[in-house]
Design a protein. Structure first.
Length: 235
């Protein structure tokens, strides 16, 4: 186990061992656990009561955070014809077809999101393994395969978040920066968690929200009381 620095250990004392925090208290506490010299990201980690091995228990979707993630997202649009200029006008960092597909095949990854128009998906098939292992393969369920490339580009540049449960039933996403006002972090958290609740699979039995924790990039995890989280979202 890596040794923790003196500053981290001091900050960690702010988080009570074994305590399950209510939502407001946890979100206010997380910004006080800064240990890095850079502006850390506020992250939410969930474990859900689903079995991702079954197609009817997959939890996958997108949500537009009211205040964005605070991160500048580089968007690549794989498209052709008039859509290339539409994507660029909407804020895409890169837009094109075969030229970018070839660049990716050669190891280029200077982007965070790939958006594709449906007509380009057959050509993108050859990148399935390359993009799939990095979670970057466009998919209609994540809003990254669409004929309306301009709207998709604009939404992701403004803070649209794509997420997907992993094989352990976990989801890990950013919901802002440590220098965000507390109310903005809270509104982003609520928007994300409301979407998680909405996507609860009918096949999921028992407790859906197994664990919910919030932390900064380099800070200690702050676990929330899942019963209180559920009540908070219902309010």
């Amino acid at each position: 186990m890596a040794k923790r620095g003196k500053k981290y250990l001091e900050i960690a004392k702010l988080v009570e061992t074994g305590k399950l925090y209510e939502v407001k208290e946890a979100l206010e506490l997380v910004t006080k656990t800064r240990t890095a010299k850079f502006v850390e990201t506020v992250e939410v980690a969930l474990r859900l009561g689903v079995d991702p091995r079954h197609a009817d228990q997959q939890v996958r979707g997108t949500v537009v955070l009211p205040h964005g993630t605070g991160k500048t997202v580089k968007v690549l649009a794989i498209t052709q014809g008039d859509n290339v200029q539409k994507a660029l006008d909407a804020g895409a960092d890169y837009a094109g077809a075969e030229d970018y597909i070839e660049k990716i095949q050669k190891g280029w990854f200077d982007f965070d999101v790939v958006i594709a128009t449906p007509d380009m998906m057959p050509k993108l098939g050859k990148l399935g393994r390359i993009l799939g292992t990095k979670g970057l393969m466009p998919n209609p369920k994540s809003g990254t395969v669409t004929p309306d490339v301009a709207t998709a580009v604009s939404e992701f540049k403004k803070g649209k978040l794509a997420f997907r449960v992993d094989k352990l039933g976990s989801i890990h996403v950013p919901i802002g920066k440590a220098d965000f006002p507390a109310e903005k972090i809270a509104e982003n958290f609520d928007a994300f968690m409301q979407e998680i609740q909405r996507l609860k699979p009918a096949a999921s039995k028992g407790q859906y929200l197994k664990t919910v924790a919030v932390s900064l990039t380099m800070g200690p995890g702050i676990k929330m009381d899942t019963v209180l989280v559920a009540k908070h979202l219902e309010a």
